[in-house]
Write a protein that binds this ligand. Structure first.
Ligand code: SF4
Length: 264
């Protein structure tokens, strides 16, 4: 099916069947990414790397060069492509499991080396595709398949504050932000800034996106929005955390205290 002239070029609205669950936030993040690519006019230069997990379904939605990486290995794959051909715009897309658990070593080292790539990480507080197990981002007290009585921080530690960690270990030139699917314009602007930062040759760019997973959260529409708005956003602060022209992070959360009790 050909796209109508008015349709965005880089992302496909004709993908059928839609593979994400109803109410999933991935579609909003991907739409924002497509808008950012179009507005920057870089469709022909983009290489899009998808991690394993629900994030892998993303490649169905783009008319750009895309490839699938092994679980957690999106950062080194994007790094290799970028180093081999610096003119390409390398964008990695991953979930919180792929980025903060199995791929954490790659994320940390790519950030510390200030690789000129852009990473977009979807944080929905658990492992989505495998059925809702605890992830590094699971909130204290939050019930998952592997924490049926709620995440116990004495046993499993506190949730990973990914952007704050990245802001702390990157040099000047990095761009770091946390967005939410509840604010799609802000989400698109942060992603666009992150890509532009790569185009300008400044350094590593990282945007974490708070996102919904009603299937594994077992929430209805109202509960889904409430959880991301009232539980996740309290623990994970939305905003820009590091911009290229500052040497120090704009805000780094060091407190390990959280008032959230998670989702019942
Ligand atoms: S399992 Fe969760 S993250 Fe995966 S597609 Fe369904 S709603 Fe989205």
């Amino acid at each position: 099916m050909s796209l109508q002239p008015s349709m965005p070029k880089s992302w496909r609205v004709d993908t059928k069947p839609h593979k994400f669950c109803p109410g999933c936030g991935h579609g909003l993040v991907l739409k924002a990414l497509g808008q950012a690519i179009d507005e920057l006019g870089i469709q022909d230069r983009v290489v899009f790397g998808c991690d394993i997990g629900c994030s892998l379904l993303a490649w169905d939605f783009f008319n750009v060069d895309a490839l699938q990486t092994h679980h957690g290995r999106t950062h080194p794959v994007m790094t290799g492509i970028k180093r081999a051909n610096p003119d390409l715009i390398c964008i990695g897309y991953m979930g919180d499991g792929g980025g903060y658990a199995i791929g954490s070593q790659h994320l940390v080292n790519a950030a510390a080396r200030n690789e000129r790539i852009t990473a977009i990480l979807v944080n929905n507080a658990q492992y989505g595709m495998t059925g809702g197990q605890m992830a590094p981002t699971t909130l204290p007290g939050m019930k998952t398949e592997t924490t049926p009585y709620g995440r116990d921080v004495d046993l499993t530690g506190y949730p990973c504050q990914g952007p704050e960690m990245v802001a702390a270990i990157t040099r000047e030139g990095a761009y770091v932000a946390r967005a939410t699917v509840l604010k799609p314009v802000l989400l698109k602007n942060y992603i666009k800034k992150a890509i532009k930062n790569q185009m300008d040759g400044n350094g590593y760019s990282f945007v974490e996106c708070l996102s919904t997973c009603p299937t594994n959260w077992r929430t209805n529409n109202v509960e889904t929005i409430s959880f991301i708005e009232n539980d996740m956003a309290k623990y994970y602060h939305v905003g820009e955390i590091k911009v290229p022209d500052t040497k120090e992070p704009l805000m780094v959360k060091t407190s390990t205290k959280s008032s959230t009790g998670g989702i019942e």
